[in-house]
Structure formats: C-alpha cells, structure tokens
Design a protein. Structure first.
Length: 425
C-alpha cells in the first residue's frame, strides 16, 4: 500500500501490515469508508474529504481487490509524522457481522480473523490478520505455562480441574470459588493476597440476581484462578509475592519470554499493557495469537520442545474441564462441548475469541473491533463451519449462531448475522 502527499513524493509504508503472512489486498468496495474512518481518527475534519484531484481515495485501480490511496497535501489533511506512524498500525478490519431491524441494517461490526497451523502458516483469513490485537483473557493458558513447566501442579497437588481453572475466565459459581479456596489453602495464601480485585460474579445477571445478603470477594473474580496460579509460582520459587503483578517481577518476565518464544517474536515487539484484572498482558498480530492457540492444540511448541508436553497438559485440562474454564450457559463451554473434546475455546474482553482445534492442529483468532460479544460468537461459529470442522446445526451452539435480537418482552425485533467470508490461502 502507498501513501502519497498529494502531487508530491509518495511515501511508502513498508511495514504497514507488520507481518509475513498479511495479504496485500484490500477490498476496494469497503476502502473508502474505512479510510475516512482512519482520517477522522487522526484528526481530519469532515469537510476535508473530496474526490477531486487532491482527494483521499481517488485512483482506485480497476482491479477491485487492490487499492492505492492518494492522501491530500498537509493543507487538507494536516497530520504530523507521528500520526502517519499511527496510521501504519491502524487495523484494516472489514465488516464481519451485521444486525438488522425490520430488514434494514442497524449495525455493522468490523473485525478480522486469522487461521494458522502450528508452524505459523496462514491458512485462511478475513480482514487484517496482521492487526495488532491485545490478547486479553485468551492469553491465560500461556500465562500458566511457567508454573506448569516448573512442576507446580505436582508440588502443590493441584488437580486437573484446578489446572484448567488457572486458564479460566470463570463465572464465579460455587464450583469455581471452592476450587480457588482450595488452591489458596494448598499454597498457604489468603483471599486478600489476590490482586485481581472483585466484581459481581458473571453467573449473575439482570434475570438471575444474587440472593439477598450475598457476599462476594476476589475469589469470585473471573480471573481468580489465574491469579492463584501466579501466587503459586511465587511460592514455588520463593519469590516475593506482594508485587507479583509488576511488569518487572520475575514471574511476568518469565511469561513474556515464553510468549515471545511461542510466537517467534522479539520481546520488544510485543504490545505490553495492563488487563482488566490488573495483570500485565500482551498484544501481538492476530495471526500470532492464532499461532499460540495452534501450538496449544497440537502440543507443538516449536523450537522449545520442552514446552510441548506443557502445552498438551494445559489443553487436556481445559478440554476435560470446560465448565471450569467458563461456566453455565457460556459460549466457550458450548463451543468446547460441541467438539467432543477436539476443540478448546477461550473468550477475551473487547471482542477477542480464540479456538484451538487438535485434530487439525489449527488455531483460530477472531477480533471484533467494537467488542460486541454476540457478534464475536456468531462470527466464530461461522468460521468453524467454513473450516469444515462444524457441520450442520448444533443445538449446543444455537444461542450464539446468528441469534434473533429480542426486546425486553422477549419479542424478536431484529437479527444478528455473521457475514464473515474466509479467504483461503
């Protein structure tokens, strides 16, 4: 893709796609609106847009799958070099789901999909598989790798379902809370040592309120299993635990090294940030997130073969205990159960979904840019069908497969539909 300054010298954005597997094609039919969105995000004014000789998106080739854009001079689009750098990182998502009401489109959900094998080869995609994606809770199995690698479950007597719970975004049901309590006892820690904070358990909602006088604490937080695993790592290695969430803590550095190795990325190219539970988290190209999940499913850690049995153990714990990984009525539980033990699914906040498929050695990563969970679930099911691993209608997945949109009286008033179309490489 080229970016030029009006009639002046063209500026080549060599690293726009940030990855070896990104397709060099953009659908021209969607590009005008997408580029206007980018320009607004970088500060352009609405009246800056024109289709004249200095317009933003004239000169779209006769080839409908390849677009070259011409950006107006600074007098029309006054952005500094810093903004151009931001543009290089702006994801080229495409519409992958729509919501209609009375047969009119009410919402369009943009996003991307990447499907890779355990060697990192991109097999199918939609949108921008190289888009930088903050992994959120889809990283949890890999945050548990150092503890399992070092023999932590054996040292403290963690059961298979407790290993799964370290990878979970659980619903705060009694089985989850009891397991966290037991794990804390085994490692000699208290509830207040958990640094995740607390929230109303996900098990409760507007039509399922907690009983009067219900008390919840850090154990009910959906990430408490992960945090208990963090504390267990510190106990295992005799490390100070009050700062276990600091990015410079040996635990967090170990996690980052593991993720960098499994994704084949230099550590300084990982996007670092803080997750909702106060833990350090990592971002990466969507295709590299899919690679993590392909390796988890296949038990193939690549060059570091010592991690292969660790990945296999974590995947097995998750597929054998899907209730512990999510909870009653959750999409992750439905997707995993529908595969008869062949897949493991994991949702992350803000529209991230991953699936590892053992029989194919595949990893699937989905990102919906606006974070709409129903769209993420519908797109994921559509992707599994297009990959040929999900055939026909599956009742376990009916609540999330292109669901009707109901009002508060339960009457259908609209329809959500996944429109994603995979392109196979």
């Amino acid at each position: 893709m080229h970016l030029s300054g009006g009639r002046g010298k063209a500026a080549q954005l060599n690293d726009f796609h940030q990855g070896p597997h990104h397709p060099q094609m953009i659908d021209a039919c969607n590009f005008g609106a997408h580029f206007r969105l980018i320009a607004f995000a970088l500060g352009a004014k609405p009246n800056s847009f024109t289709r004249c000789s200095t317009g933003f998106y004239r000169n779209i080739d006769s080839n409908p799958c390849r677009a070259h854009i011409l950006v107006a001079r600074q007098r029309i689009f006054p952005v500094a070099s810093r903004s151009l750098k931001n543009l290089m990182n702006f994801p080229a998502h495409v519409p992958i789901a729509i919501a209609t009401r009375n047969e009119h489109v009410e919402r369009i959900h943009w996003g991307s999909v990447a499907v890779v094998d355990s060697e990192g080869a991109l097999l199918a995609y939609a949108g921008d598989p190289a888009s930088m994606t903050f992994s959120r809770s889809t990283l949890k199995p890999f945050q548990a790798v150092p503890f399992v690698r070092d023999g932590g479950p054996e040292r403290f007597g963690f059961t298979d379902d407790q290993v799964a719970l370290m990878c979970a975004s659980h619903s705060g049901e009694a089985s989850h809370v009891d397991a966290v309590s037991n794990m804390l006892t085994k490692i000699g820690h208290e509830v207040h040592d958990l640094g995740c904070g607390c929230h109303l358990p996900d098990f409760y909602s507007g039509d399922n309120l907690p009983p009067q006088g219900f008390h919840f604490d850090q154990r009910h937080h959906n990430c408490s299993g992960k945090h208990t695993g963090f504390l267990a790592y510190c106990r295992l290695h005799g490390l100070e635990s009050s700062s276990y969430l600091a990015p410079e803590h040996p635990l967090q550095r170990d996690i980052q090294r593991v993720v960098a190795g499994l994704t084949r990325m230099p550590q300084n190219q990982l996007w670092t940030g803080t997750d909702g539970c106060n833990a350090p988290n990592l971002g990466m190209p969507l295709s590299r997130l899919a690679l993590l999940w392909a390796r988890l499913a296949s038990g193939d850690a690549g060059n570091d073969t010592s991690l292969s049995p660790v990945l296999q153990r974590l995947f097995d714990a998750m597929r054998r205990n899907p209730q512990m990984v999510s909870g009653t009525g959750r999409s992750d539980l439905g997707i995993t159960l529908s595969s008869n033990g062949d897949w493991v699914a994991k949702t992350g906040a803000d529209g991230v979904q991953t699936v590892g498929i053992r029989s194919r050695g595949l990893g699937v990563a989905v990102k919906v840019s606006d974070g709409d969970f129903p769209s993420v679930f519908a797109v994921t099911i559509s992707v599994l069908k297009q990959l040929g691993v999900l055939e026909g209608e599956n009742q376990l997945l009916a609540p999330w497969a292109d669901p009707a949109l109901n009002n508060c009286n339960g009457a259908p008033v609209g329809q959500l539909k996944a429109t994603v179309q995979l392109k196979f490489v």
